[in-house]
Ligand binder design. Sequence first.
Ligand code: HDE
Length: 706
Amino acid sequence: MSKKNKKLDSISQNIQSGDQKPMTTNQGVKINDANNSLKAGERGPSLLEDFILREKITHFDHERIPERIVHARGSGAHGYFELYESQKELTKAGFLTDVGRKTPVFVRFSTVAGSKGSTDLPRDVRGFAVKFYTDEGIFDLVGNNMPIFFIQDAMKFPDLIHSVKPEPNREIPQAASAHDTFYDFVSHATETLHNQIWLMSDRAIPRSLRMMEGFGIHTFRFVNEQGKSNFVKFHWKPLLGVNSVSWDEAVKISGADSDFHRRDLWEAIEAGNYPQWELGIQVIPEEDEHKFDFDILDATKLIPEEMVPVQRIGKLTLDRNPDNFFAETEQVAFHPGHIVPGIDFTNDPLLQGRLFSYTDTQLSRLGGPNFHEIPINRPLENPHNNQRDAQMRMTINKGQTAYFPNSIGGGCPFLSQISEGGFSSYQEHVSGNKIRSRSSSFNDHFSQPALFYRSLKDHEKEHLASAYAFELGKCTYEHIQLRMLWIVNKIDQTLGQNVAKKMGLEVPDKIDMPINQAIGANMDPIAQQPGDPLHYLESSAALSQTFLSSEDISSRQIAFLVAPGFDHQNHMRMKDELERQNAVVHLIAPTGGEITCNAQKQHKIDATLLTTESVLYDALFIPGGQQAVQILSKQGKAIKFINETLKHCKAIAANNEAESLLEMTYVKDFAEDQAIFINKEPSEFIAAIAKHRNWKREPKVQHIPV
Ligand code: HDE
């Protein structure tokens, strides 16, 4: 399949390879010796005139640029978006009306709090930023994998981020919300609770970047050709379903392979297992703006899919890895303010603040106002206007004029009528006093966190309570722990009691907020919830991640535990079946290189018990073979591998002699388990892999000591 698209064509002129080329200086002079500096005598001092050394070292000295203030750790990929059906009743945006158009995209996924080199598996929100290179200019949908945000007003963003980032005195902890300053802030600013409870859920530790939803979060506007506007919320629905790892796995993955998500995305695309999402929209007619029990301009609220269904209107496919991480993934500059005709903003005060921040931050991160000229940031058509000069200007603008209107330049570049695609802002009627305040319609901080909790399945609720107990258990100030317990209990009493029990604390009857007066309006959790949480919906199925599942096992990583003499027939039968469905089989043995099976054939080992861990795999198969089983049964790491796979509720299959190996593990106590298969058909194992985990096993494996 051709991976060419208009954007890739446009950046191809900047792609370079040194293949078959002589090495040169940046000034184009061929280099004869790149190993030694110029010296006065072989053992003498180096000479300042060595322009080759000076140039090389100078460039190296300046290789780093500031990492993003937030979302520093990220992974990107190219792809395209295709529309199912014209949305022209709603919007005039070309990429949403022109069926058959393939719009190039670049997507960057990220964690939020950690530094650029931090682990892929912290408990954190994930960024999901999509740059559409449309024929009408760039549209960026800069969203997250959770449908709501922590705060309602941009004014509080630096406080939120300062509280979650490493504490400033010791720069500890890295990429973790489990510390005092975060919970000190959260327990004062209860508007954060909704995003905070999502952060405690499994959504915060995805199995793969390819298996998470994305959300535009804010309410945006669609505007059609007739100038009619509707409110809209954007969703991305992954075709691989939504899946997570357990917290125990996340902790271990961070040690075993801290690039786990980055590698997973890269390898899936290289293998042709292209990740896909459907673009969903929730449309709210303007007349319905005030019909909800919450304010649709409040970014801490979602609109349950039961109230406004999500219509799937198109598909995103990621089919190409970047050529160069820095040039593309690091230098890409997203901005919620990059919109095209047919899309517009609302007065969400968080969105309004973001509209300022994203250009501003690039000025220091990318070094000046010409960052739009960097290949990954260029729109499909070259921009034409009278902006000029500044650092690193690439464009050579011809002509005598750099102002508008002009006659010397023939009036060019000229303006476009709205009918010719000229952007014109939606003419929303606005009136009001100039006031630094927040609308009381934003006040309910507890109803939606409670709805979220009520909507989860039992195993998700239990994970969530453990996450709270872990995070609060890492806080060292008891008054912060107690304040949080009181708040969590106010969200839902069964949750509050469960967390308190896990922590060995009691939920307090009341909390002291002695500094209320000093912290100002909107910061008193007691005042912020008028009455009890509202029950406008008992539960919303779409809030549980079990809502989106998939039968597709492509790119799932399956560990085959083997040793010399392993059973060839069982191995091949399972391998063929898994690979037919595009799953990835890894042979893991006590030692590397090649080993011989019981059919005297040689097999290349992908990883050894030393170089890999069970947490990097989705399921385990042991093909048997008498000699192999004997060898494996003497390897403590093999036993641990099996027990850990069991503990993490993954599917396990084994044949013949391997049963005696399983007898040495806790698997022997799980004869009735729905995801354990001894001498069964590969199809049964595969069906269990597609279910991701057998969560029913979870309460029964707590005693397993791995
Ligand atoms: Fe961001 N955010 N943000 N944010 N954000 C940045 O921009 C900011 C917010 C999001 O892969 C920064 O280029 C403010 C919500 C993503 O490059 C910065 C506020 C949502 C990314 C910034 C928010 C996001 C960013 C850092 C509150 C979900 C990574 C570097 C008013 C809808 C994009 C940069 C990428 C990045 C500011 C709130 C998502 C500093 C001030 C809400 C996915 O400009």
